[in-house]
Write a protein that binds this ligand. Structure first.
Ligand code: AMP
Ligand code: GLY
Length: 415
């Protein structure tokens, strides 16, 4: 379910597995059309999707984006006895409400930044005074990855106060806001597959959220990723022990057993790993770098997680590095332009070690054109980080469309 590069990467992996007779993508994209039957149902039409899956006796459904999960698509499928990889509406609250997650972390001793829940400008100003600049503002509800603002100077705080409480940019999602302490350290994206009891860690990744090289410019949906994340040894084990396991156990104990992919956005601080946020699904663009490194079939792992049979199953990983560079449309992220003709994808794909995953593309009169902010993910694989980055950029160099822009520093200067 879904039509981004994350879903294309997952469909690509699944399409190569034994035991798949038919693969459907709703709504899919032109890149997925070669490997799956694309069905024009939007990802948030949860009842329609469940009816479609029931009518075709679909054996297993994998949900890409958060919205259908937060809307309760897992419950809709469960009512019909259909197997789906993804948490129930109650468990998806870990992404659906940042206030819920913050309070959950406090109750369960999960390390995270100190924070205050505020509802208006005065409460927010008082919270800023107490926590002291730098601070972070976070809209409680879903905001398409744009609900967080890090304020490093007083002027930015004023701007945020106006944005969150006067302009009410986030509508209902911003009725409650978290004001939290700013953490310093390296960020890491850590995803696991869980059936509510057992946990299967996936390979770590680094996300490049900012628009410009050197982490300048505004936050975006993600401009690139690297897997594995260059981290100190032992960090993954520590994240599992202090963050992931207590979360899975705590959610179960609170009557919200979690099944599916749990994505922890973690800051590795001097005092140890701290949770920045949870997502209730695979990360985008992390998945485009993680999934090509998987050295076993994905299907049995997904099926086991959905069926509550994960047990001691483990994933195998290739000893290679993957670098993903996102090619963005003119005007992204503010107002991406559509309709620019895309050329060179075939040549890019012909480069050894390159994979391409579509996102904002469409077919118009037989031509491939841009149709969204993040247009394609170009993935390069290699034995070393340098080789993987070089491979990814050799693919990037073949692709062209008017207004195309991308970061030139993904995977560079890390090791
Ligand atoms: P989120 O949408 O929660 O992932 O937040 C977006 C980005 O804001 C994160 O990836 C971090 O880079 C940054 N961020 C969020 N919370 C904090 C924090 N407490 N301290 C520092 N940076 C943060
Ligand atoms: N890469 C961040 C996310 O998927 O939300």
């Amino acid at each position: 379910m879904g039509g981004g590069a994350r879903e294309h990467a997952l469909a690509w992996k699944l399409s190569r597995a034994a035991g798949i007779d038919e693969l459907y993508a709703a709504p899919g994209n032109p890149g997925m059309a070669g490997i799956a039957t694309c069905v024009p149902i939007a990802a948030d039409a949860t009842v329609e999707l469940a009816e479609f899956a029931a009518s075709l006796h679909i054996d297993l459904t994998l949900v890409g984006p958060e919205l259908p999960l937060v809307l309760g698509i897992a419950d809709e499928f469960a009512r019909r006895g259909l197997l789906l990889v993804g948490p129930s509406r109650a468990a998806a609250e870990v992404e659906g409400s940042k206030v819920f997650t913050k309070e959950f972390c406090l109750r369960n001793g999960i390390p995270t930044a100190r924070a205050k829940v505020v509802r208006n400008r005065d409460e927010a100003a008082a919270a800023v005074k107490e926590l002291k600049v730098p601070v972070v503002f976070k809209a409680d509800g879903l905001a398409a990855g744009k609900g967080v603002q890090v304020c490093r100077r007083k002027g930015e705080v004023e701007q945020a106060l106006a944005r969150y409480f006067e302009e009410r940019t986030f509508g209902a999602a911003g009725e409650k806001v978290l004001v939290e302490e700013c953490l310093e350290g390296e960020e890491i994206s850590f995803m696991v597959l869980t059936d509510g009891v057992s946990v299967l860690p996936l390979a770590s990744a680094r996300d490049y959220k900012r628009l410009e090289d050197g982490d300048g410019g505004p936050n975006t949906g993600g401009m690139g990723s690297v897997s594995p994340a260059p981290t100190e040894p032992g960090l993954a084990a520590r994240i599992l022990r202090t963050i992931v396991h207590p979360t899975i156990a705590g959610l179960a104990a609170e009557g919200r057993p979690y099944r599916g992919v749990l994505y922890a956005g973690v800051m590795a601080t001097k005092a140890g790993p701290q949770l920045l946020e949870y997502n209730c699904r695979f990360g985008d663009p992390e998945t485009q770098a993680v999934i090509p490194r998987l050295d076993c079939d994905l299907l049995p792992l997904l099926r086991a997680a959905a069926a509550g049979e994960l047990g001691a199953l483990r994933a195998a990983w290739k000893r290679e590095v993957a670098v993903c560079v996102v090619l963005a449309a003119d005007g992204y992220p503010a107002s991406p332009r559509r309709g620019d003709a895309i050329t060179g994808l075939g040549e890019a794909l012909a480069q050894p070690g390159v994979l391409l995953f579509h996102a904002g593309t469409a077919l118009q009169d037989g031509r491939l054109v841009t149709a969204g902010g993040r247009v394609v993910s170009v993935v390069g694989r290699g034995v070393t980080l340098e080789e993987a980055a070089q491979t990814a950029y050799s693919g990037v160099a073949r692709v062209q469309f008017d207004g195309m822009h991308y970061r030139r520093d993904v995977g560079k200067g890390l090791s």
